[in-house]
Write a new protein. Structure first.
Length: 292
């Protein structure tokens, strides 16, 4: 019998009728930034052909979801208009969908107009770094109308907290309630602790140390720590590409805390760590059949 590393299958559904990964193991989301200024890979995959080749490579390496983003969210990034973001990501979404009809595609955007265009072009999932709250009710209405899964990341305009954990939990509950209030089904909602957003190094480590508190909110959790500056600060690694070992440690910890999906730049390098963490999580229930 196949060993389950997580107690429940995922309930999310693509608005296009495609089967999304069931999540009996920890899923891997591959990052595909089609931006000139992303902190780690800005400018590398601009253009539909370069992006398509990168998507194909990540799928071959074991990515379960391809996350396509057209606006950098690194500190100090230059805002991008809705029209410019659509122009960046739609040709890529269409190319990836055409080449890989069954692949799960996520659009990394906080703009409702971009979300609508992305899903209509073939994206299955919306990954919102502002937790659906940046544009008021707009993203929530869009997600409800599109009937797509939505990932709600913890974020806030300023990093000041009255009481860190109660504030983080309250923020995420507000994001979840906004989606539910707009008519998004509970099984379509994910959360993300927002590692690297509106938090200092100590707070990023704290939110990772006690990730189970966010898991306890009841939504599946995406963990996105890949190559981020907190890892660089701890390990004294200035270049993002030097932070893969630190990234691996965060992923193993996150899987043990209950993360259902991890978002990474280097799928091939991170996959063995995720698989091993799943095996440890399964313990005596692990079998060769149950291995990814």
């Amino acid at each position: 019998m196949k060993a389950e590393t997580h107690p429940h299958k995922l309930q999310w559904r693509s608005p296009h009728g495609r089967a999304l990964p069931d999540g009996e193991r920890t899923l891997i989301m591959g990052i595909l930034n089609v931006t000139p200024d992303s902190f780690s890979d800005g400018g590398k995959f601009i253009g539909a052909q370069a992006a398509l080749e990168r998507a194909g490579a990540m799928l071959a390496e074991g990515a379960d979801v391809i996350d396509i983003g057209g606006e950098s969210t690194r500190p100090g990034h230059a805002p991008v208009s809705e029209a410019a973001e659509i122009d960046r990501i739609l040709p890529v979404i269409e190319a990836v969908r055409g080449a890989f009809p069954e692949a799960a595609i996520s659009a990394d955007t906080y703009k409702a107009g971009v979300a609508r265009a992305a899903v209509r072009a073939g994206a299955d999932i919306i990954n919102d770094v502002w937790g659906g709250r940046f544009g008021g009710e707009n993203m929530a209405r869009a997600a409800a109308e599109l009937r797509c899964p939505v990932i709600l990341m913890h974020n806030r305009p300023a990093s000041g907290y009255t009481d860190f954990w109660p504030d983080v939990i309250a923020d995420l509950r507000a994001s979840i309630d906004t989606m539910l209030g707009a008519g998004v089904e509970a099984g379509q909602i994910w959360t993300d602790p927002g590692f690297g957003f509106a938090k200092n190094v100590a707070q990023n480590l704290e939110v990772l140390k006690h990730l189970s508190r966010i898991v306890d909110l009841g939504c599946p959790v995406l963990l996105a720590t890949s190559r981020k500056s907190t890892i660089g600060s701890v390990l004294k690694k200035r270049m993002p590409t030097e932070r893969e070992d630190g990234t691996a440690a965060t992923l193993v910890w996150g899987v043990q805390q209950g993360a259902r999906m991890v978002r990474v730049h280097d799928v091939a390098r991170m996959r063995p760590f995720v698989e091993m963490a799943d095996a440890i999580r399964a313990g005596a229930e692990w079998t060769e059949v149950g291995k990814s």
